[in-house]
Write a protein that binds this ligand. Sequence first.
Ligand SMILES: NC(=O)c1ccc[n+]([C@@H]2O[C@H](COP(=O)([O-])OP(=O)(O)OC[C@H]3O[C@@H](n4cnc5c(N)ncnc54)[C@H](OP(=O)(O)O)[C@@H]3O)[C@@H](O)[C@H]2O)c1
Length: 331
Amino acid sequence: MWAVVVEEHGGPEVLQLKEIANLEPSRGEIRVKVHASALNRADIAQRKGKFPPPTPSKYEILGLEFAGVVDKLGAEVSNWHLGDRVFGLVSAGAYAEQVLIHEQMLMPIPPNLTFEQAAAIPEVFFTAYDALIDKADFQAGDTVLVHAGASGVGTAAIQLALVMGASMVLTTGRSDWKLEKCRALGANRAINTTAEEFDQVVIDATASKGVDIILDTIGADYLEKNLNAAAVSGKIVQIATLSGATPQINLQKLLSKLLRLQGTSLRNRSIEQKMTLTQKFSKQILPFFVDGRLKPLIDRSFKLKDVIEAHSYMENNSNFGKIVLSIASVE
Ligand SMILES: NC(=O)c1ccc[n+]([C@@H]2O[C@H](COP(=O)([O-])OP(=O)(O)OC[C@H]3O[C@@H](n4cnc5c(N)ncnc54)[C@H](OP(=O)(O)O)[C@@H]3O)[C@@H](O)[C@H]2O)c1
């Protein structure tokens, strides 16, 4: 099979399309013939050598999510059949024509979605679901601030908060064209952080109360303002640290406002935790994709052979929503 392999870490040019041996499923595993994968920032960090895969393998293949068809069943697989349209999350290896995955970590592709649309769902919607529902204990009527609303995670989190019944969703970004699209997605207030202080806008928009939940992928630059923008007993979920991980802040507000600051990371969890998350997501959230209330948002699709261009596109912050890789053919 063909796969995108990293043999030395560095810029997008280190990505190589290479022909390697086919994969063989073990007990309880399924081999999926991949039709589409999608990019995540974690892939860029891994390519640079800053986010190693949890389990080393012969070839370092990037890719956290895929959609395709069941191609081969390992022993004792009971719930799937050859040819089933499936998608899911893996800890590495999805920029390839084949992936292996435990049967309990697979989901059926809703009939109304293409392979490319399905591949754009797992990482960002699992992350948004985990942060909003599991970590922040979201309740209908809560107010939510989603940072970097135009990012893959941001577009998922805005939609999810609205579908789950948020009373107000505010979001941030650094360019007007992206913020306009966030408004079209349903965000009640989209704040350009190059022109406005987001904490002040939040305070004004919430009658000085602040927001109940903040989902933050930015980190150091935003933490102090997050403490200002959070309501008393508010919850801040740290999903990433795109601006840095070592803020200089006064922690007093964390104490006096009774705030909760919690980190999250999907990739390093145990397989059992990932199975539980997949099953919960399938039951609670997948139906929203079937009835169209949630939509995977694809910015652009690249062929697998154009993966270098796709990585440069993401690193330039050019995307609104997801960047997809089409793997139906490597040509
Ligand atoms: N914890 C987890 O389990 C988990 C899971 C998934 C993703 N993540 C992380 O979440 C982050 C977002 O991922 P993604 O795939 O959604 O990213 P993405 O689609 O590439 O979007 C990231 C966006 O963030 C904004 N941004 C980048 N650097 C910034 C900075 N220094 N200050 C302010 N804004 C900045 C840019 O948008 P603007 O041009 O609009 O500013 C950029 O387009 C990544 O760091 C990723 O690794 C974590």
